[in-house]
Design a binder for this molecule. Structure first.
Ligand SMILES: [Zn+2]
Length: 243
């Protein structure tokens, strides 16, 4: 399995980094974990054929996590008309949220998405969702409630990828990460403790609660990206992790 970091930045473009998106593949199929606004640009940079991406899973309804879907869809409708099915998986109301965003960004285009072979699936905490050979499990997390924030765990090909989404500390991160091959955890700040995001100091205290083979940090502000004397692994855009 391979995970390519398309974007590990925060909402404010700190470090010149792209919005959140991770491309995961088992060698046959590709999926996206989150699809922030800059994702299509980064997919083009990586020379990834959109047609090869079967599924987009989103953690919550914030632009730096799902704002790239309209760009993905207009490319799939008008630039290279898509022939393969596409599944978009997200919190409750995902079909309407994406439709409304599509219409806001490219007026008149949302109705055309109805002609695509596009399936929307809603996940719910505690109800595993099976899509082909992948099982998706989700937990509610602590972030802006209107964004319906969740963490996501994908069990695929005998491997487990866990992703916190955006959140401040919640004990739900412990089962999320348990037994994972890769756990990507947000770390927006260094010392600040606030609702909605995690800090490095807090994660240093809690990291032993995570039963994972690889812990990587994402969604970092400049103070985290540039900090010296840092003892956890920080992602960078373009990085590839094999597991
Ligand atoms: Zn967010």
């Amino acid at each position: 399995m391979e995970l390519t970091v398309l974007g590990c930045g925060d909402a404010f473009g700190n470090g010149g980094r792209n919005n959140t998106s991770f491309l995961v593949t088992d060698g046959n199929e590709r999926i996206l974990l989150d699809c922030g606004a800059s994702t299509l640009i980064r997919l083009k940079h990586e020379k990834i054929d959109l047609e090869s991406i079967s599924t987009i899973i989103i953690t919550h309804f914030h632009g730096d996590h799902f704002g790239g879907i309209p760009f993905f869809l207009i490319s799939s409708m008008f630039e290279n008309p898509r022939k393969s099915p596409l599944t978009i998986v997200g919190p409750e109301g995902v079909a309407k949220r994406v439709y409304d965003l599509q219409e806001a960004m490219y007026a008149g285009s949302a109705a055309k998405t109805l002609d695509m072979d596009l399936t929307y699936l809603e996940y719910r905490e505690g109800e595993p969702l099976v899509i082909g050979n992948k099982t998706i499990k989700t937990w509610k997390v602590e972030h802006s409630p209107p964004s319906i924030p969740h963490s996501v765990r994908v069990e695929w090909g005998g491997k487990v990828i866990a992703f916190s989404g955006d959140t401040s500390w919640t004990d739900n991160l412990i089962p999320l990460a348990d037994g994972s091959d890769v756990f990507i955890c947000e770390c927006n700040f260094l010392d600040k403790v606030s609702f909605g995001h995690l800090g490095y100091t807090e994660l240093l205290e809690k990291k032993d609660l995570f039963n994972t083979k690889q812990l990587w940090l994402t969604h970092m502000a400049d103070e985290v990206i540039n900090s010296e004397n840092f003892s956890l692994n920080r992602l960078s855009d373009g990085q590839v992790i094999t597991f």
